[in-house]
Design a protein around this ligand. Sequence first.
Ligand SMILES: *Cc1c(COP(=O)(O)O)cnc(C)c1O
Length: 386
Amino acid sequence: MKGTFPVSKFRELRTPFYYYDTRVLRDTLACIRSEAGRYENYKVHYAVKANANPKVLAIIRESGLGADCVSGGEIRAAIKAGFPTDKIVYAGVGKADWEINLGLDYGIFCFNVESIPELEVINELAAARGKVANVAFRINPNVGAHTHANITTGLAENKFGINMDDMERVIEIAGEMAHVRFVGLHFHIGSQILDMGDFTALCNRINDLLDKLEAHHIRVEHINVGGGLGIDYTHPNRQPIPDFRSFFATYANFLKLRPYQTLHFELGRSVVAQCGSLISRVLYVKQGANKRFAILDAGMTDLIRPALYQAYHKIENLTSEEPCETYDVVGPICESSDVFGKAIDLNKARRGDLFALRSAGAYGEIMASGYNCRELPQGYLSDELL
Ligand SMILES: *Cc1c(COP(=O)(O)O)cnc(C)c1O
């Protein structure tokens, strides 16, 4: 089954471009709202790094989510899109001074701090401005995730977060600083996680840590468990909205929240991935020595996930109903890894056909680069193409 697309509109547009189906996006946001709304103390933020297209951000902001940022540029993008500053959280192992100052000046809700040296700099910069910064500590829980190695973040070997064993010492250090206020703990174990058991393991770890802190009479008001919920790349039409009910229920069932605690989430991929497709034209169909290539005008500069993470994106020929043939679908970039799929069965392709690379709304447009002096792809909302 193919998705439904306004193909005649597509023919008028310069390819490649990203197409965002706003109905899918709005339905996804409505689902998050209702499923998280079952729990009084849940707060959901959108991880801006998944897609910062201003038109996409505006729709997400309208739904009432907060913003999770990992750079000064993302803080600016979130504010420009109208996210309230007191709903912005800011993580990252390498926050530059100007980025910290930006967060201080806007009065963002919280810095998710990833090291003691960073804590010291935040304290200094806040002192210089006569402010007190809310800080949460990103703890590396040493919990694995059943996902691609490049998108695992919660193992001791990863660069992210503060070692679990240092947690109490860091909280103590913060307690002695005049310009930071300790408000919570932050975790994020990885991305494209479909096994709820991984989130259960995180809950168990957090329970242990909270018990430990409680024994030392340390109160933690905010627990932020990050994002990571995966999507179905193989069947984008079968289940366009991820299983948010099970995701939120896993935390409700396994995390022993205290009554005064607020639980924060930072969802990126699961919010925007399925609404987006990369639309591209077939430039050439080339017969190789032992295979056929469909050469597209989109390449790894437009969508790098296949080259970077061996990621699978479903490919559809939107303009052919002819019997299927088998193709390697490749881009024009001068890199052998510029391949979107090998031995893919597609309706017979001809020059000029339009292909959709599905489930590309997250970590697609935002990761585009100008390598080979290429122009960045445009992004269009379905609303604009009516
Ligand atoms: C990337 C990231 C997220 C979002 O991850 P998804 O897998 O896209 O949901 C959330 N929190 C932090 C700190 C991140 O770095």
